[in-house]
Write a protein that binds this ligand. Structure first.
Ligand code: ADP
Length: 493
């Protein structure tokens, strides 16, 4: 036991790995070609387990199972309200097993146990929110010309290939499953190769909840093989993808052959703007959280920190003081504030950008070093005096590295904030209402936070402007991307 403030905290014990096979048609199966891959604990770099690796042949079997479940069998005939009931049941089972899942998530992904518990809350909320929608997805009656009755039906898009990343494995699963299931679709999910474990455990709970065979299938594996097989499969009606913008470009090109529907939630280089008239204590806390939450491994990370020149010196000093105090270490220790990056590859990429930032002439205020020789830890890093054209101000680093960019006034900062092909999220810190709303209207981003950051709720639409995405997840909007609208016209003459 350690003590933070007055709260006693403890180290969580290592989880048991229960499932590693593929899930196809509610059966745990070995891959046709017998492949497997290793999955690691990012805190130590050690192998946790070997996981079944899907090839195109397994993806084909999973897609066929999903299509059968879509077109015949209990799911196809089920009342919408009963679909909702199954989803509520799954949410209840996840809640019952939340601690086990949080520990497994932390172990496989490296996020702190505290953050993993937070993700579980989000996962459960999302499934319940969409469970409630299941029997509320309605069409319209339309006043057409002539003696006709026209009405619309909203029907499932079909078999959905869902490809998700490693930073929020369970939450991304819920964002994809929630609207897809509420609308009556069936699913083939490919989790990220770095984090294959929690999806398998949740799928086991889905079987326990009573989801019929073929509704949910899990094909762990790599992007270029299993992921690609989903993208090009003619039996998949839609791809829902969260990941890198370059991967989305590949997917969109390949999906063109079958004209699949696609939705994308991609990266960002989010501008977080601090005006001198902010509550400075709140803004320092907020800007810190904006970049360092989950080691900067968030597509919404506030990685371009625009600070009004008048307060730049004080602001950077206060941020640096906090960064130096941050407890970086074992993610399963409840007192830890920052765990490891997810992989050696990510660690190397971040260190590359730190070196590049220095070469380009930015001032490294604090951090920039790997921490320890084991696991993928890195110090919280701050660059000051960054210019817009530097790579550290333009590229998504996906690590705990913030670029501080000074500015003078609103027009200037809006133009600079928008000078990027990304448009996922943005933040602003000011006590002036006019400024806050003017910035919110002018910045090109799918989400804007005023005097807060990383507030993402399942009830509000989330997605990107420009190359940060297509379509929206969460909220009612997500349902539009999981239904096809059918017009039925009846001759009444
Ligand atoms: P990151 O760089 O953060 O790992 P990726 O876009 O590479 O982001 O990965 C996100 C998800 O996309 C993962 O599940 C990965 O396996 C998958 N993926 C990667 N490449 C492809 C591809 N060519 N086709 C389909 N899925 C892919």
């Amino acid at each position: 036991m350690a003590v933070i403030g007055k709260k006693a905290v403890k180290k969580v014990s290592t989880p048991k790995i229960k499932r590693t096979k593929l899930l196809i048609n509610n059966k745990w199966v070995d891959p046709v070609e017998g492949g497997s891959f290793k999955t690691y604990n990012p805190a130590t770099g050690e192998v946790i387990a070997k996981v079944a690796e899907a090839s195109a042949k397994d993806v084909d079997l999973a897609v066929k199972a999903a299509r059968k479940a879509l077109e015949s069998g209990p799911w196809a005939r089920m009342d919408a309200a009963d679909r909702g009931k199954l989803m509520f049941k799954l949410a209840d089972l996840i809640e019952k097993n939340a601690e086990e899942l949080a520990v497994l998530e932390s172990y496989n992904c490296g996020k702190t146990i505290t953050d993993a518990r937070g993700d579980l809350v989000g996962t459960i909320n999302t499934l319940r929110y969409y469970a409630g929608w299941a029997d509320k997805i309605e069409g319209r009656t339309v006043p057409v010309r002539g003696k006709f009755l026209s009405y619309t039906l909203r029907q499932p898009v079909g078999v959905i290939g869902q490809i998700i990343p490693w930073n929020f494995p369970l939450l991304m699963l819920a964002w994809k499953w929630g609207p897809a299931l509420a609308c009556g679709n069936t699913i083939v999910l490919k989790p990220a190769e770095q984090t294959p474990l929690t999806a398998l455990r949740v799928a086991e709970l889905a079987i326990e909840a009573g989801f019929p065979a073929g509704v949910i299938n899990i094909v762990n594996g790599f992007g270029e093989t299993a992921g690609n097989a989903l993208v090009i499969h003619p039996g998949v009606d839609k791809i829902a993808f969260t990941g890198h913008v370059d991967t989305a470009k590949i997917i969109q090109k390949k999906a063109a052959d079958t004209l699949k529907r696609t939705t994308f939630e991609l990266g960002g280089k989010s501008p977080n703007v601090v005006f001198a008239d902010c509550d400075i204590d709140q803004a320092v806390e907020g800007a810190f959280h904006a970049i360092y939450f989950h080691c900067g491994q968030c597509c919404t990370a506030g990685s371009r920190l625009f600070v009004e020149q008048k307060i730049q010196k004080e602001f950077v000093e206060r941020l640096a003081a906090k960064a130096k105090q941050r407890k970086v270490g074992d993610p399963m220790d409840e007192s830890t504030q920052q765990g490891p990056q997810v992989s050696q590859e990510q660690l190397d990429k971040i260190l590359h950008y730190v070196a590049l930032g220095q070469r380009e002439g930015a001032k490294l205020v604090t951090g920039g070093q790997r921490k320890g020789a084991k696991g993928y830890f890195i110090e919280p890093t701050i660059f000051d005096g960054v210019r817009d054209e530097m790579a550290i101000a333009r590229d998504e680093i996906f690590g705990p590295v913030v670029s501080v960019l000074p500015f003078k006034d609103m027009d200037e900062v809006v133009a600079r904030a928008n000078d990027t092909f990304y448009g996922l999220a943005a933040g602003v810190w000011t006590k002036n209402l006019d400024k806050a709303h003017n910035y919110a209207a002018a910045v090109k981003a799918g989400t804007v936070w005023v005097n807060c950051y990383h507030i993402v709720d399942t009830t509000t639409p989330f997605g990107g402007f420009k190359m940060s995405g297509q379509g929206r997840e969460n909220g009612e909007e997500a349902l539009d991307h999981y239904t096809e609208t059918k017009t039925v016209t009846v001759n009444l003459a």
